[in-house]
Design a protein around this ligand. Sequence first.
Ligand code: HBI
Ligand code: FE
Length: 287
Amino acid sequence: MDTGSPQLTRPPEAAEDWTVPQDWDHFSREEHAVWDLLFERQSKQLPGRAADEFVEGLNVLHLSQPGIPNFEELSEKLTKATGWSVVAVPGLVPDDVFFDHLANRRFPAGNFIRRRDQLDYLQEPDVFHDVFGHVPLLANPVFADYMEAYGKGGLRSLEFGSIKKLARLYWYTVEFGLIRQAGNDLRIYGAGIVSSHGESVFSLDSPSPNRLGFDLERVMRTEYRIDDYQQTYFVIDSFEKLLQETQEADFAPLYERLQAQSDLPITTVLESDEVITRGTQDYVRAA
Ligand code: HBI
Ligand code: FE
């Protein structure tokens, strides 16, 4: 049986569903300045690199003032677009709580921001990763449906004890997905990439990682790393196709089949893979 994240303890200020008031006024001037710096840096880097849908969605974040977005204002715009809202949480929340929010079209966003000396690396998802990385695509109706379906699938996977498999789907799409757009042009859409200054270039331009065509069952067998740039990326053809494939899949027999198959190491390339780029893996060897 796959087990999910380690046990987390709900802080006393958090509600039953782990939400906390955003309390926008608690952010210092320095914290808003860190947001502005990150926002500047990334929004310059993304045209031509990020999926068109992401760049379109970024407009939703164009709020009246600079600084960390006020979730009430942000949710108002997002709700108009797709019925999603953004709620504040202290940090990582348990899997069942996370899935329940997604299944109800609420995106839980960390209520803190990294420090200026941590611009490029941090372990827990902060408000920049969560809002800049995840929210723009939630303004896209198809991706919005995919995330809700993922939340519902997550709740079901807990019953099957297959959360680890489902978490890999999230990882290789929502967090680190690439998409092929018009003219075979590779773009980024995963939140972990679009919110990372380094990986938004590395994932597209480096000869090091593998880039493979997306295949649901294959992805669910593939291990991943959380401590550095990915060594393999999976490429979807469209959000419509991703939504359709995951909605049509009957996950009960799928999980059963997967139980009988071995997990795949990060760099494995199979005969059956559609290889877009076979990586040199030089980046990892040099590290
Ligand atoms: N909590 N705040 C937060 N953000 C996440 O992305 C998150 C989480 N809890 C669990 C979780 N992700 C993962 O276990 C799922 O994506 C599988
Ligand atoms: Fe994330």
